[in-house]
Ligand binder design. Structure first.
Ligand SMILES: O=C(O)CC1=CCC(=O)O1
Length: 261
């Protein structure tokens, strides 16, 4: 466990693997923390430096008062790169983590070698939809609204039969409200289309075939914007790294190989 302090906030970071290994950095989604990558990480090749972090308001990182904006979340990721002296990064971003990745790639092209966009888009949902969600969460709490969110996160068989489902539901319900609505506000205000279409680094876009939050057509459209290869992952919803880690890892391993100089 490692801590990075940036602009008065403490960020929980996990930095594993050899310091001189190729850097792969992961950014998690709304309502999840860095454990969302637990099943995927052991399936990646040995010798990588694997950096994960809890974004603002999630996991063990500080939940500063909402609202947040996307520039702030991108700045947090950039500060972690600086603190750990990371370069030549392959950034893997899930959902809002993928928005952070798109923003970081545009802001600091010198830092990133390649980008994996997982179940994400340049713009996700409408500002009204996110504002309604913020109002509902503030009024009723996350637990009261968790069921439809979990239906979009996971396929029906996983929700019905996988014992891990209960733990992921707990993770969502225990997300600090400030962190959750803070990130909803950041998504509401973000449209990265103008900068994502200018990206020139290699990009891989992946999407769970049954993603109800960022449906395949939305992810495919962002992939087209930045010339990314697009792959559907069968048997997965919004979190393919949880539901289909082997298939997800295979696609990422192949991309890592193809982006090795
Ligand atoms: O909660 C959801 O609907 C899923 C989601 C949207 C943005 C994100 O990071 O997760």
């Amino acid at each position: 466990m490692q801590v990075v302090i940036h602009a008065g906030a403490a960020f929980h970071v996990r930095d594993e693997g050899p310091r001189d290994g190729r850097v792969v950095m992961f950014a998690n989604s709304l309502g999840t923390d860095l454990r969302v990558w637990d099943a995927l990480v052991p399936l990646l090749p040995a010798g990588l430096r694997l950096v994960r972090f809890d974004k603002r308001g999630h996991g063990l990182s500080d939940a500063t008062p909402a609202p947040y904006d996307m520039d702030t979340l991108i700045g947090d990721a950039e500060a972690i790169c600086t603190a750990l002296d990371l370069h030549d990064i392959t950034f893997v971003g899930l959902s809002i983590g993928g928005m952070i990745g798109q923003g970081l790639a545009a802001r600091r092209p010198d830092l990133l070698r390649a980008l994996v966009l997982m179940d994400t888009a340049a713009k996700m949902g409408s500002a009204d939809m996110w504002r309604d969600r913020i109002t509902a969460i503030r009024a009723q709490g996350i637990a009261a609204l968790a069921a439809p969110i979990l239906e979009r996160w996971f396929t029906a068989p996983f929700r019905a039969a996988d014992p891990d489902f209960r733990l992921w539901a707990n993770m969502l319900r225990r997300t600090p409200v400030e962190g959750y609505v803070g990130c909803c506000a950041a998504i509401a205000g973000a449209d990265l289309s103008a900068t994502t279409r200018t990206l020139s680094l290699p990009v891989l876009a992946l999407c769970g075939a049954e993603d109800g939050s960022s449906p395949p057509d939305l992810v495919r459209a962002t992939a087209a914007l930045c010339g990314a290869a697009f792959h559907l992952i069968a048997g997965a919803g919004h979190l393919p790294c949880v539901e289909a880690p082997a298939a997800t890892a295979r696609l990422i391993c192949d991309f890592l190989e193809r982006t090795t100089p």
